[in-house]
Design a protein. Structure first.
Length: 193
């Protein structure tokens, strides 16, 4: 087995299963497992073998005696089509030019979230990169001037120093604790320095 859709026969001939797309990294191991379980040691029939260039089939560099390969449908010993079985179980994707029955099998396995259509791939060839949500910003440390809690109506500050120590400075006109005597420049903001 070269990959999930490319196999070597006992005679050393490279066969690409017709109608199956190359496996994506996310689901390649599961596809190879299904291919090995189904085809290794099985006597199969090649249906409509068509010569192709091996270099276009696999990223591996072919040796001198593997410069040519065939694309073919593979019939399993029980008479079923290997590609249809792989598609039906969600262990393969069809090529654009695959038979309508192959596309229907892939659609059915996708609707049932089988194989590559389920977790973690969800039909994608590559697992999406999950970006963790941003961590919450730490609570900023605020100076007493920015943590200005609202004074209660009964708050009274003898002077600006007392207002600052209580964390209320500066005091604005109309807010509890403001007194004109604490607003020396009469701009509406007392204890501003």
């Amino acid at each position: 087995m070269v990959d999930a859709r490319t196999v070597l026969t006992s005679a050393g001939e490279r066969v690409v299963v017709a109608g199956l797309a190359p496996p994506g990294p996310c689901w390649a191991d599961a596809a190879r497992g299904y291919t090995a379980e189904t085809l290794l040691g099985a006597e199969v029939d090649l249906i409509d073998p068509t010569p192709i260039l091996a270099a276009a089939v696999s990223p591996a560099t072919p040796t001198a005696n593997q410069t040519r390969a065939v694309t073919a449908a593979i019939r399993l010993p029980d008479g079923t089509d290997f590609a249809a079985g792989a598609l039906h179980r969600g262990h393969a994707k069809p090529t654009r030019d695959a038979a309508g029955t192959h596309h229907a099998a892939a659609t059915a396995s996708g609707a049932a979230f089988l194989g590559l259509w389920g977790q973690p791939c969800l039909g994608e060839d590559v697992l999406p990169v999950r970006v963790p949500p941003p961590s919450p910003d730490p609570t900023p440390t605020r100076s007493p001037e920015t943590t200005n809690r609202h004074p209660k109506p009964h708050d009274y500050f003898r002077n600006c120093r007392a207002a600052r120590e209580a964390g209320h400075a500066p005091l604005r006109r109309g807010t509890p604790g403001y007194r004109p005597v604490l607003d020396r420049d009469r701009n509406g903001i007392a204890c501003e320095r």
